[in-house]
Design a protein around this ligand. Structure first.
Ligand SMILES: O=C(O)CCC(=O)C(=O)O
Ligand SMILES: [Fe+2]
Length: 224
């Protein structure tokens, strides 16, 4: 169904590009099905425990490397992390190419060369209706190559802050099913989070029968 109010592709901040509907329904369904497989144990989906004793409300599974706060490791639960598939890296390069075409800032950033983009880690997050993610920076990567983010399922309200602090200014960008968000360049280390999920907004044809939101971020660790 076409949106009543069209959502144009745009650079929401320098080096941050939002492309609504980048994934068509078939691609969304493929991602949901892949996530279903990745979620299974061993090395499956879990709520990450924070060093302060808290537990994250999102459920996470990682590919390529396992993220534990606040570093990347190769094993989880005593077994190797699931592999990062080549098709997902190819999606990442296509996504970055499209983002660079919309952003002069990314186009002039040496770290944002789409042809050379070799993401080696993905964080797959599942949000139920109550899940959120507090403002944070993605800064455990040694590389400053952009983060490529795919969203499917229920809409999530993504809060894009600034690289200096958790405070204002920020702007809220609703990420709907199929949306692409790339953040790099001067906003690679921008604080960001997800303030809420909008239940009941997932399209029916993508295989997320009970709703919820999946977000997959591709990153380059710069580790070996
Ligand atoms: O769910 C999102 O859109 C953002 C996820 C995120 O920030 C992360 O995994 O670090
Ligand atoms: Fe993040």
């Amino acid at each position: 169904m076409d949106a009543l109010i069209p959502r144009p592709s745009r650079e929401v901040a320098p080096g941050v590009v939002h492309v609504p509907g980048w994934l068509d329904e078939a691609a969304q369904a493929r991602l949901v099905e892949a996530c279903r497989g990745w979620a299974r144990p061993p090395a499956g989906m879990r709520r990450v425990r924070l060093p302060g004793g808290g537990v994250m409300s999102v459920r996470t599974v990682c590919l390529g490397w396992h993220w534990e706060p606040y570093r990347y490791v190769r094993q989880v639960d005593g077994v190797p992390v699931k592999a990062f598939p080549e098709w997902l890296a190819e999606w990442g390069r296509r996504a970055l190419r499209d983002a660079v075409a919309l952003s002069p800032v990314l186009a002039s950033d040496a770290e944002s060369d789409a042809e050379a983009y070799e993401p080696d880690v993905a964080l797959v997050n599942f949000y139920d209706a109550e899940a959120r993610m507090g403002l944070h920076q993605d800064r455990d990567e040694r590389s400053r190559a952009p983060v490529v983010s795919f969203s499917v399922g229920d809409t999530g309200v993504f809060r894009l802050g600034n690289p200096e602090s958790r405070g204002r200014p920020w702007r809220d960008v609703p990420l709907e099913s199929g949306d692409l968000l790339v953040f790099g360049g001067p906003n690679r280390l921008a604080f960001h989070g997800v303030t809420r999920i909008v239940p009941g907004t997932a399209p029916s044809g993508i295989g997320l029968v009970d709703g919820g939101r999946l977000n997959v971020t591709l990153r380059v660790t710069g580790l070996s």
